[in-house]
Write a protein that binds this ligand. Sequence first.
Ligand code: GUN
Length: 288
Amino acid sequence: MNNNAKIIDGHAVSKLIYNDIDIKIKMLAKKNIIPGLAVIVVGNDPASKIYVKNKIIACQKYGIFSMKQEFSEDITENELLNFIEKLNINLKIHGILVQLPLPKHINSKKIIEAINPKKDVDGFSPSNIGRLVTNDPLFIPCTPYGILKILENQNIDFKSLEIVVIGTSNIVGKPIAMLMLNKGATVTLCNSKTKNLSLHTKNADIVIVATGKINTINGSMIKQGAIVVDVGINRNKEGKICGDVEFTSASQIASAITPVPGGVGPMTIAMLIYNTVRSAEIQQNLNN
Ligand code: GUN
């Protein structure tokens, strides 16, 4: 049976988040507090530079104080650690984000652990991941948080749903699986070694795909009426931006699907700004 899936508009959902952010920023302004975000980027990775630029633009647009620090590829681990230490005690800065990936000579784990967990608006530190696992989150990683907000906006009751997550990164796959588990869903995590991917995806009410690989799944691999969330941002042979899901066939079988671009992407930055504002609130003991 053919149907056409509802295309979930990530921009529309992000607007709802920005409305909430606006209210919070006005409340903070009454107390002379401007939320501040520091973004660090090391080296010349073109994708990282674009992501960081977009994060800074969003800060400017929504009235967040921002500080961008670019370091050359050859910065030492100690220099980076010293810089983070200064940001940890800078009262104007409520959120610290180190854009990943970092050059190979820098131990990313050590850098993430150096960020004060109360300013870790990426939610990547062991303490914040631990709090997510125990269902007591402080900061939820931005892309998984954005996916949760998109799904909640579809009025989904997660209890007893079968959810399959494809991709097990620390940034997306593992935290989104944990979030869904905490909402009462039955969650299956698949990776590149999974023997029969279809066996899992065909049984899922929601499929979340975060592999970074074009055509990871297509319409023949999902259940009629499933919801498909595509986290990938890739370029196809023609140079066009596309996700991890073969959209044309999947949208014939799914009941709803996030497009690329315009689905999960806009939510990641919205949740970063949201986390930064929340951090300012928490540091001022407002609304917590
Ligand atoms: N690299 C890719 N995604 C992210 C993200 O959400 N945060 C950081 N810091 N780096 C990334």
